[in-house]
Write a protein that binds this ligand. Structure first.
Ligand code: UD1
Length: 419
């Protein structure tokens, strides 16, 4: 259990540097399995999910080390193709290890990641895509074994631009001596980052960032060195922190071009924003305004991972906002917690109607990563004292040194870690 105790109402002002992207680092670490030697990732965030992924890689026979923000994975001695169940449970995104194991070893076993706090999160698109690429899959309960039956050129079509399924197809395709054409692909920046690493390793990946990705793979990939792209979700969360406190922030080492939807929403809330290559500057009004309608969509639309933080902004604003969550069916768990702090939010299915008003401090519980961040933001923006109880250490899964960074620019958050 981690407890965050926040003294609210303190405007934040200063400068921060963005962390490396969690969602990129995790899949790049899966990609490291494909190489016959060492892959080095710079700007790899020091967060729980990355630690869990490194633990899984070690259990598969890789040798992993970290020095500051640089992580090295030596996949020379991969000796197992079974992802241990207890490690798989720690982190759903380890599902991309299946594509990497199939590519590297021809077989792979995982336990299906199952539901999580934000919804059912099925992997049927991943499995259908693998089947289209010549993989045979056997399921027993939640245990899933996959084996390459036939290495062949293939055309794969995703019914929805799933990020994880796109990554899984690319990982497997990169290590096959064939050509794979994937249509209906996700276009997130993390997909482009993965393509860059795979290309450096010796595969030929074209079209990443569009809805059709073509991969000409190779049965021998080398390790490579790559810098993880900046985390657009964590960066936007930093901007939200300054915004909700009526403060100002200079954020460096960001990819501003990946943050269009978040920046547009912040401008609608009344923040002044300027940007230049690699940096964004925010100045918030004393009180934020309602933001109209925000709809979560695949990239470049408004990201579902920012839905919870922006619901908090809307909850403290003057005026109404409407959030429509189109990506996950159960992603409003932070709302009952925000009610405890005086928020006026009504949820009906995918739609949340938020009537902004000043929030007061309270005792709340974090149930998922982004919902947890939203509660920290609420604490920063509220009058009085807030305690966020994070029994599962959700917030540490994705945010690097969040309290230390925010306290350095004027927040007042005390952290208590209980076993
Ligand atoms: C990734 C991100 C997550 C982000 C999400 C959407 C990582 C580690 N996680 O998750 O932070 O919130 O993208 O941007 O990168 N779906 C199916 N069947 C499938 C796969 C997906 O029905 O086989 C559905 C999902 O239930 C969801 C939608 O497709 O409704 C999008 O999911 P997907 O893009 O796959 O999300 P993840 O890759 O799991």
């Amino acid at each position: 259990m981690t407890i965050y105790e926040i003294e609210g109402g303190k405007p934040m002002a200063g400068e921060l540097t963005a962390q490396g992207a969690k969602n990129s680092a995790l899949v790049l670490l899966s990609a490291a399995l494909l190489a016959k030697d060492v892959t080095v990732l710079k700007n790899c965030p020091e967060i729980r999910d990355v630690a869990a992924q490194l633990e899984i890689l070690q259990s598969l026979g890789c040798v992993c080390s970290r020095e500051g923000s640089t992580v090295a994975v030596d996949a020379t001695g991969v000796s197992s193709t079974e992802v241990p169940q207890e490690l798989m449970r720690q982190m759903r995104s380890s599902v991309t290890l299946l594509g990497a194991l199939l590519g590297r070893c021809g077989t792979g076993s995982i336990h299906t990641p199952g539901g999580c706090a934000i919804g059912a999160r099925p992997i049927d698109y991943h499995l259908q895509a693998f089947a289209d690429m010549g993989v045979v899959i056997e399921k027993e309960g939640d245990h899933l074994s996959a084996a390459m039956r036939q290495r062949k050129d293939s055309i794969v079509m995703l019914p929805f631009p799933s990020v994880g399924a796109t990554e899984n197809v690319m990982l497997l395709a990169a290590r096959l001596p064939c050509t794979t054409v994937l249509s209906g692909a996700a276009r997130e920046p993390e997909i482009v980052d993965l393509a860059k690493l795979l290309n450096q390793m010796g595969a030929v990946v074209m079209g990443a960032g569009t809805d059709t990705v073509t991969v000409r793979g190779s049965n021998c990939l080398n390790g490579a060195q790559h810098t993880v792209l900046p985390d657009r979700i964590a960066a936007a969360t930093d901007l939200c922190a300054a915004a909700v406190t009526g403060g100002s922030l200079t954020l460096r080492s960001v990819a501003v071009r990946h943050m269009g939807a978040a920046i547009e929403a912040l401008i609608r809330s009344g923040c002044e924003i300027r940007s230049e290559e690699g940096a964004v500057f925010l100045k918030a009004p004393k009180r934020l305004s309602g933001m109209g309608i925000l709809r979560t969509m695949p990239y470049p639309g408004f990201p579902t991972d920012l839905q919870a933080p922006f619901v908090t902004l809307a909850a403290t604003a003057e005026g109404d906002s409407v959030m429509v969550e189109n990506m996950f069916e159960n992603r409003y768990q932070h709302v009952p917690q925000l009610h405890r702090m005086g928020a006026d939010i009504s949820v009906s299915g995918r739609v949340a109607l938020v009537r902004g008003r000043p929030l007061h401090g309270g005792q709340v519980e974090a149930e998922d990563l982004r919902g947890g961040a939203a509660l920290l933001l609420a604490g920063l923006g509220a009058e009085g004292n807030t305690k966020v109880h994070d029994a599962q250490h959700c917030i540490e899964r994705g945010y690097e040194r969040i309290t230390e960074r925010w306290n350095s620019i004027g927040a007042s958050i005390r952290v208590q870690s209980l076993a």
